[in-house]
Design a protein around this ligand. Sequence first.
Ligand code: SAM
Length: 195
Amino acid sequence: FVTGKRKATEVAHAVWRSIVRKGDTVVDATCGNGNDTFALLKMVADETGRGRVYGMDIQDAAIDSTSSFLKMAVDSQEMELVKLFPICHSRMEEIVPKDSLVRLVAFNLGYLPGGDKTIVTVPKTTELALQAASRIVSSGGLISILVYIGHLGGRDELAIVESFASSLPVDTWVSCKFEMINRPVAPVLVLLHKK
Ligand code: SAM
């Protein structure tokens, strides 16, 4: 179901759709312009109003961009299911309620498209955020990390993500990587599935 997709983000969304159900709680660790937040909202929203999307970004500009996009694209009932925070994703445990069953934590690393390219995700906080995500994701849930390797620092970040992924205990986690091998600088998708 992923092999016909041309873009790594489309592959990621297809994987998310196979895991996420209506009414779930999910986390967007890098809101950016809100495309992933929107896709996640559509996956969890139903008429019961149980679904939740907790979104965060280090930049106020990204939170504003996500918020404006959602206000245009979804109705007020769906909008209430999204909670946006201008914080570093290493602090995600401060905003996701302790009793939540988190089905997915999604990372789309790098810089804000159309924004300040000097503000990028960096290995140190990415690693802390992955540790936090591994603590909050529920059994059967997924951590999805899209890593852009075409920009400066991208391969260092991939190294940290892979190091974290390979350190997870094999009895509770399945760690895998999706690469488009005929597109050498295409983003790499790392998937961490908690048993
Ligand atoms: N998911 C977004 C979308 O659908 O439009 C794209 C995300 S963009 C590639 C990466 C985002 O990560 C940028 O908006 C950037 O500000 C954000 N970011 C960088 N460092 C961060 C951090 N420590 N915590 C949270 N977000 C961060």
